[in-house]
Design a protein. Structure first.
Length: 221
């Protein structure tokens, strides 16, 4: 009887020990798990409060390369018709050897900026997003006579001549000069400069520079 009681007592103690160990393990697991979750929540809250890491702006050299990629920026166009009268062999013998033509020239002038001329020193940039830009001066890039729309209205030659073969060529050259002169009188270079600045300003804004100051160079006629 005494031996049986002892056995039962030992078994009871073992059960108590097992239950106590299981309870401790469960308590430890429950105690440590919320700590990990709390740390993750705190990290998320801190990340939401702190400002995001700013993306570095491209430096001056990179900005110049981007602007140069626009190459010759054609930023203003002028279209006009000019009437040119050219004469040769006029004078006392004009009736015999004279040559006269009337030429209507339809031409267009394109002005812009050759951005490939820009140097690294022409652009100064600041981390705040401000940029100072010196653009090349606007210039006449193209003077063109449209052959499909230009024509000789009238030509009169003397009784003893077939006419000067170079007279129409001379009329075309004069027409080009007159058309360019007319374009300059409309301040085409100022319009080209302003339009180029608007294009470059838009490009710099895409690069992160939203406060741009232009220093205007002297226009090239």
């Amino acid at each position: 009887m005494s031996r049986a009681l002892n056995i039962l007592l030992v078994i009871g103690l073992l059960l108590i020990a097992a239950l106590t160990g299981y309870g401790l393990v469960t308590a430890v697991q429950n105690a440590t798990k919320p700590v990990a979750d709390t740390g993750s929540t705190v990290a998320t809250q801190v990340a939401s409060i702190l400002p995001p890491t700013p993306t570095p702006l491209p430096n001056g050299q990179a900005v110049v390369l981007a602007v140069r990629s626009l190459n010759r920026l054609e930023s203003a166009e002028f279209v006009i018709e000019k009437v040119i009268i050219k004469e040769a062999g006029q004078g006392a013998l004009g009736l015999l050897f004279g040559d006269r033509l009337i030429f209507v020239a339809h031409g267009n002038v394109i002005a812009g900026i050759d951005l490939s001329k820009m140097q690294v020193s022409d652009i100064q940039v600041l981390p705040s997003g401000k940029a100072y830009v010196v653009l090349p001066a606007a210039e006449i890039l193209i003077v063109n006579i449209d052959n499909d729309k230009s024509y000789v209205v009238d030509r009169e030659t003397g009784l003893l001549t077939k006419g000067d073969v170079n007279l129409e060529t001379a009329a075309r050259r004069e027409a080009e000069a007159e058309i360019e002169k007319a374009a300059l009188e409309t301040e085409i270079l100022d319009r080209a400069q302003a339009n180029a600045e608007a294009n470059v300003r838009q490009l710099l804004a895409q690069l992160g520079y939203t406060d741009v100051t232009f220093v205007r160079a002297t226009s090239i006629p």
